[in-house]
Each structure stands twice: as structure tokens, then as C-alpha cells.
Design a protein around this ligand. Structure first.
Ligand code: PEP
Length: 252
């Protein structure tokens, strides 16, 4: 049975560390002992070290929600991949739609991906079109984003790379797109990875879907044969939802 990667992106939530501890407890309990799930929690960076240092288990890994492309220096307000690694995190989300909307470019995303690789973090690269237009322009956008983000990634590190197709139009939506549409998009992402980076890349890079995933629709989405997991926003802040989601991921 395939291991499912479940990324919980808390975004700029919750408001206090006490609440963060409470939600993390639910993740910890929910993921404990699950053999077919890799749970990754991405709390706000200010909570990362304390949550990860207080965790002794092996079922949950930690991610930053963003990193800068330099290891250190005069970059006010940025977070270094070296500092992220030092908190005990192993992953970094890079190029989330909300970062892209604030002007982060494909070239900058590539620099962040290469910095993550250099400083031994595993990049969770978000690929995000803003609309599914009828002319199919989104296909070119997705292709360009993938090809640019993964440029110069050493083939030996493909196994550390996660690509999350996380379209801006589905993030925060009431309903996720239909299973068929998600399946088509994951096939497209895989085809682009194969064409641009070859068979080894296709074999090793994990492909996730993100956008309005919850405990109810998780079973259908995670049953798609080419999906390696999901990236979850809102539902990752609700103890009951996230618990049910983890159990589903372990079962399908
Ligand atoms: C996200 O933040 O990338 C996301 C998928 O959010 P939500 O699950 O709330 O749509």
C-alpha cells in the first residue's frame, strides 16, 4: 500500500501558542501508529521550534511555510533555510499561491527550491494556476511553473521533492473540484515532470493535490491512483477533521 503524504498548512493560524499546542496534540494522536501516512505539519515559523522540540515521536514531520534563498545575511524579515533546519523541521513549503499572489516570481521560487536542497530541507513546491480558462492557457502556466521551479535540482535529490498542485481557484473554496478533474490535473503534472526531467524524476517526486480537501472528500481524492497525498489548509486546524482525514489516508 502506497504511503500518503498529508501536509497540514496552518497558514497564519492559530493566534496563540497554546492553541497551536492543542491542534498539534490532535495531529500527534491522529498520526501515531499509522503505517501508511506521512504527516507533515507546517505551523507559523514562530511556533516551529517549540512544537518540534517538544515532540519525541516519529509519525509527524515539520515544515516551514516559506524560506528565503540565502542561508544568512542582511535580509530583514526573511527566514533562512538553515534556521528552519535548526528548529528540527525537514520540509519547507515553497511558492504557495498566497505567496505568488503577493508577487513571488517563478525565478525566486526556483532559488528557494535550490536553497532548500542545498541546506538539506525537502521542498514542497506549490504549483498554482489562478483560473481554469477554456482556452487551456492554464496548461502552459502549470508547465512553466513546474519547469522553472525544479530547474537545476540534482537528480539525486528528486526523492526529496514534493510537488503540490494547489490551484488558487480551489484554495478556500466551498467544494473541491471533482475527482476526475483532479485526476486529469495530476496526470498533467506527472506528464510535465516526465517530459522536463525524465523517468527518474517521475518515479521519485511525490505529487499532491491541494484545495478544499476535507474529511468528507478525502477518500475520493486519495483514491486517485496517481496521487501521493494532499495539502490541507482549513481542515488542518480542526481536530476532528484532521483526525478523520489521517485515518482515511491510512485506509485508502
Ligand atoms: C491551501 O492553503 O493551500 C489550501 C489548500 O487551503 P484549503 O484546504 O483551506 O482550501
Amino acid at each position: 500500500m502506497k504511503i500518503k503524504t498529508i501536509v497540514f498548512n496552518w497558514k497564519m493560524n492559530p493566534k496563540t501558542f497554546a492553541e497551536a499546542e492543542h491542534i498539534f496534540l490532535a495531529v500527534k494522536k491522529g498520526a501515531s501508529g499509522l503505517k501508511h501516512v506521512k504527516a507533515i505539519v507546517a505551523p507559523p515559523s514562530i511556533f516551529l521550534r517549540e512544537l518540534s522540540r517538544g515532540y519525541r515521536g516519529k509519525s509527524v514531520s515539520f515544515a516551514a511555510q516559506n524560506i528565503f534563498w540565502e542561508g544568512e545575511g542582511s535580509h530583514t524579515g526573511e527566514i533562512s533555510p538553515v534556521q528552519v533546519k535548526d528548529t528540527g523541521a525537514d520540509y519547507a513549503i515553497i511558492g504557495h499561491a498566497e505567496q505568488r499572489a503577493r508577487g513571488v516570481t517563478d525565478e525566486e521560487i526556483n532559488r528557494k527550491v535550490l536553497a532548500a536542497i542545498q541546506f538539506k530541507l525537502k521542498p514542497i513546491v506549490c504549483i498554482s494556476d489562478t483560473e481554469h480558462d477554456s482556452e487551456g492557457e492554464y496548461v502552459n502556466i502549470v508547465r512553466h511553473q513546474i519547469k522553472t521551479a525544479l530547474k537545476k535540482v540534482p537528480p539525486t535529490r528528486f526523492r526529496d521533492v514534493v510537488v503540490a498542485y494547489d490551484p488558487a481557484w480551489a484554495i478556500g473554496a466551498q467544494e473541491a473540484p471533482g475527482v476526475n478533474s483532479i485526476h486529469q490535473m495530476t496526470l498533467l503534472v506527472r506528464k510535465i515532470i516526465l517530459e522536463a526531467f525524465g523517468r527518474d524524476a517521475l518515479k521519485h517526486i511525490r505529487v499532491l493535490y491541494g484545495g478544499a480537501v476535507n474529511a468528507k472528500n478525502a477518500e475520493g481524492i486519495l483514491s486517485i491512483p496517481d496521487i501521493d497525498g494532499v495539502l490541507v489548509g482549513r481542515a488542518s486546524l480542526d481536530a476532528k477533521e484532521l483526525h478523520a482525514l489521517l485515518l482515511t489516508a491510512n485506509r485508502v
